[in-house]
Design a binder for this molecule. Structure first.
Ligand code: W6P
Length: 476
């Protein structure tokens, strides 16, 4: 069938949300068989999600859909969609198919399903998961990578055999078969896992530059429509689009991280340090399920983000010492989260506070900056991180603009034809996407990000993180 028809077809299906807890439960029982199941889930779920995005990009209003960068991004989504739907189904020996079928039929929830049942998949977004280096050079490189990592992300990927989508089963009714009884993993399974993982890796990479490229599309639109304003439309679209991208990249990242774990991956078995996320501050690798850390240490994450943000600030303004940052945090406060996301959000907020303070007091007053205060508290429902600066605040009327993608004063970038996408997220540069994206990351797992500013004094940012981790995945 024609690509466009297939996209239309897949876009008729609802996307299936996956919670953090579901990912961890499935990912914990990892074996080549559960990776296979996860792959089968992804090979139908990802094409559905991608198809929705292709349609939305195609239907953007007022000619935004015709901007060259938007068209490019749409082509990436369509290409990835196609690779997934063309990906061959695993050809398994009958004995395995039967065992899979048995384990499924034992689950009453699943009797309605006509097909072998996919299960959850995993993902991982292994950015750098914050480790400490003492070394400034390493730290600088890390910053650079971190800055870039956010500017990109990507998405997708999965298989799906082309045509006939099966009936979709609500995620809560999907059964995660225990395949422990399948002792001999047939080579067909490991081969399929390897091929599928490679497919996902390629797709993830293809979509690395989506955020910067879409941002460029928006700039193209602004240039083409001097002053004309569809800000509300664009804003809503971008929130949905980037939110979707976060989810897709988590799914893909988790799958890759689990599949590349030595136990499941012959290729990784010999490698050292192949476990996706072990790391900072002496956490044990056992705390990680793919990219998810079940004991993410909030204080440790905050300390690292503080160190990184101050470093970037010092570099940017040429300071010997950036504004001091005080951290108050319960000892050993941990919860289940994706450490790179937490790190990113805190880092982003701190950069804004540091900038406000330095610009209010001036680089010449570097010995007299008022401290930025980071307070972490633990409630029943949320862990909340408040970051308070005395950077002078912003007028109440301007607070909503902080969350908009079109509100970039970035004239220089706008007008510079040689502006490189890779410069997009240069530390401290503040192209204006940092805060809206940080809020999407917060909301993605049921949290939120709010700003209260006192014009003439300073700003408080409240980062709410939901502890329950059961919240449903938001699906645009
Ligand atoms: C400001 C503006 C801002 C945005 C986000 C976080 C902190 C701050 N401080 O002055």
């Amino acid at each position: 069938p024609k690509l466009w028809e297939r996209v239309n077809h897949f876009s008729l299906y609802n996307q299936t949300g996956v919670s953090l807890r579901q990912m961890v439960e499935h990912g914990r029982r990892q074996s080549p068989m559960t990776i296979l199941q996860a792959g089968q889930f992804l090979s139908e779920e990802l094409p559905v999600r991608l198809a929705h995005r292709v349609k939305e990009l195609d239907e953007l209003p007022n000619g935004l859909n015709d901007m060259p960068s938007i068209v490019r991004v749409k082509e990436w989504y369509a290409q990835s969609f196609q690779e997934l739907v063309d990906f061959p189904k695993p050809q398994l020996p009958d004995s395995i198919t039967k065992q899979l079928a048995n384990s499924i039929s034992q689950n009453p929830m699943n009797l309605s399903s006509s097909t072998p049942n996919p299960s959850l998949s995993e993902e991982a977004e292994s950015h750098e998961d914050g480790r400490h280096d003492v070394d400034a050079k390493a730290s600088k490189e890390r910053m650079r990578k971190r800055a870039l990592a956010l500017a990109e992300d990507s998405s997708n990927g999965n298989s799906g055999n082309g045509n006939g989508l099966r009936k979709r089963i609500p995620i809560e009714n999907r059964y995660y078969a225990d395949h422990a009884n399948i002792k001999q993993v047939p080579p067909e399974v490991t081969d399929y896992n390897e091929q599928f993982t490679r497919c996902l890796e390629q797709i993830k990479k293809r979509h690395d530059a989506v955020v910067t490229t879409v941002a460029q599309g928006v700039l193209e639109y602004k240039r083409a429509n001097q002053g004309k304003n569809i800000q509300a439309d664009v804003q809503r679209f971008l929130d949905r689009f980037y939110m979707s991208r976060i989810g897709i990249r988590i799914l893909i990242g988790q799958h890759i991280a689990l599949a590349r774990t030595p136990a499941n991956d012959r290729a990784a078995a010999g490698r050292v340090g192949a476990l996706s996320g072990a790391g900072a501050d002496g956490e044990e690798p056992e705390n990680y399920v793919g990219i998810i850390c079940t004991n993410t240490n909030v204080g440790a994450m905050a300390r690292e983000a503080i160190e990184n943000a101050r470093f970037v600030c010092e570099e940017h303004y040429g300071l010997f010492k950036g504004p001091p940052v005080q951290l108050i945090c319960p000892k050993n406060l941990t919860f289940m989260y994706i450490p790179s996301h937490l790190n990113h959000m805190i880092f982003e907020l701190l950069k804004n506070s540091l900038r406000a303070v330095v610009e209010r007091y001036g680089v010449e007053n570097e010995d007299h900056y008022p401290p930025i205060k980071v307070i972490v508290v633990e409630g029943q429902e949320d862990i909340t991180i408040k970051i308070s600066d005395e950077g002078g605040g912003i007028p109440r009327s301007e607070v909503p603009l902080v969350w908009t993608y079109m509100y970039t004063t970035a004239q220089s970038e706008d007008l510079d034809p040689d502006f490189q996408a890779s410069d997009f997220k240069a530390p401290m540069a503040g192209f204006g996407y940092g805060l809206p994206l940080a809020r999407l990351y917060a909301r993605y797992f049921g949290g939120d990000l709010k700003l209260i500013s006192m014009e003439g004094y300073g700003t408080d940012a409240y980062l709410h993180l939901n502890r329950l981790s059961t919240s449903a995945e938001p699906l645009p």
